[in-house]
Ligand binder design. Sequence first.
Ligand SMILES: Nc1ncnc2c1ncn2[C@@H]1O[C@H](COP(=O)(O)OP(=O)(O)OP(=O)(O)O)[C@@H](O)[C@H]1O
Ligand SMILES: C[C@@](O)(CCO)CC(=O)[O-]
Length: 486
Amino acid sequence: MAHQNGAPTTNGHTPPKSTRPRRESHPLAPPFIVSAPGKTIVYGEHAVVHGKAAIAAAISLRSYLLCTTLSKSKRTVTLRFPDIGLDHTWHIDELPWGAFQHPERRMKYYDVVTTLDEKLVEAMGPCIVSVSPGVKAPERRKIHQAAASAFLYLFLSLGSQNSPPCVYALRSAVPVGVGLGSSASVSVCISTALLLQCRALSGPHPDQMSREAEEQLERINRWAFVGELLIHGNPSGVDNTVSTNGHAVLFQRKDYSKPPSVSILRDFPELPLLLIDTNQAKSTAAEVAKVGALHKAHPGVTGHIFAAMDAITMSAHEESESESESESEESMIAHLGELMTVNHALLSSLGVSHPRLERLRYLVEEAGVGWTKLTGAGGGGCAITLLKPSSPSERSSHSNGDVAHGAGTSTNSDALEKLERRLEEEDFAKYETTLGGDGVGVLYPAVIDGEDIDQDLFLAVEGREGVEALMAGKGKEGEGWKYWRP
Ligand SMILES: Nc1ncnc2c1ncn2[C@@H]1O[C@H](COP(=O)(O)OP(=O)(O)OP(=O)(O)O)[C@@H](O)[C@H]1O
Ligand SMILES: C[C@@](O)(CCO)CC(=O)[O-]
């Protein structure tokens, strides 16, 4: 990898002592791809914004960012984000470098940035207002501008006027804005790509020391949080943390000026989950703001609700870590399921449920197949259903009946099939995914099964399934992809 042996350096700053001296980069780096997973919050959304603990797990649906460096003479940087219909080019020399490079504001790649500099946001305003002038619908414009802002703030913070002209093309298998962390996976991809391009990361390579791999992930995660600040307004950081690290995480940020406390849960049980989309659009920023306003108006009441959610997360954590021989998998799942039911009720009391989510809960309840809660910001979006293990007799009569992934028990498959038909009739969508897995990954150069993945090929494949199929390749699954694995 071209950057791998080079030293991190950016913005003309002297790197800290621990970094190595800079070497000349390859004149025209080959195209490369960065990918990062979406997530599901299993317990504790919203409470986590207010300093309580949450558990989130990566899902197998991922975003992919193809970076194609252009020759120096081009002087442009382009975003091609077809999932949201965004295609925009800025001229590098017309970007507000003066503001971002001002000695009082200039950021270094190793800085811990926990808030946005309003002056810098203002300085890039004209470059954002000019994005998608033809798009009239304000909601669509917001989506475009959020993604463009996240990119541009990081590009201007980490790069310089000498940054390589480049086309950044993004395709994602994570549905946009349904609570599955699409913004976090995009922010992690952008952060990683820009840090790689300014040579502020080492690796990933298979024999990398654990501590060093951890440091790279930490750096990526910090800048991904900045991207989330631009998209969300007031993120806790749990989404970008699980997208960066993969697996599952127990996350808590008590003090926003300090790094959060994060435990990576590598052995989090592979729960048999259904992931259902209400097909009801929502905005994370709006739902978070709504809970914030309720908390301001009734701090005593909401404080107790957040504390109860914290207790739920910690009880689930203890249960999932328990090594008790006497406890069966059935009773562990029942314990975790009951906690989901209570967690949902508390979220509903904060005003972030939606009639479609309640309808879904009713249908699952009626089918008697499991426990359901909203996941992510709520107000629509997705819910997770933890499936009840079937009785031993049901299991033997439906030995091939597993619908969900993970633990080896299967729910009554007739009831499940009936439920799935009903959900389809009522316009709910189901996503096939598994929990856990790797965090951010890099394919450098962008070659799969001996074939160069150029922009035309990358942008031409159809839909989320097409992207996943292209990225997995035909050969050994995931061949060529490298991950930081502490
Ligand atoms: N495939 C994509 N291409 C470009 N931008 C995207 C893509 N997916 C998400 N985004 C950006 O992220 C925003 C969606 O973020 P939002 O937080 O509302 O939803 P989410 O991350 O899916 O849900 P949650 O935060 O509840 O998990 C979009 O408005 C867009 O700016
Ligand atoms: C609603 C929320 O808790 C989760 C969104 O996925 C917001 C956040 O933690 O940033």
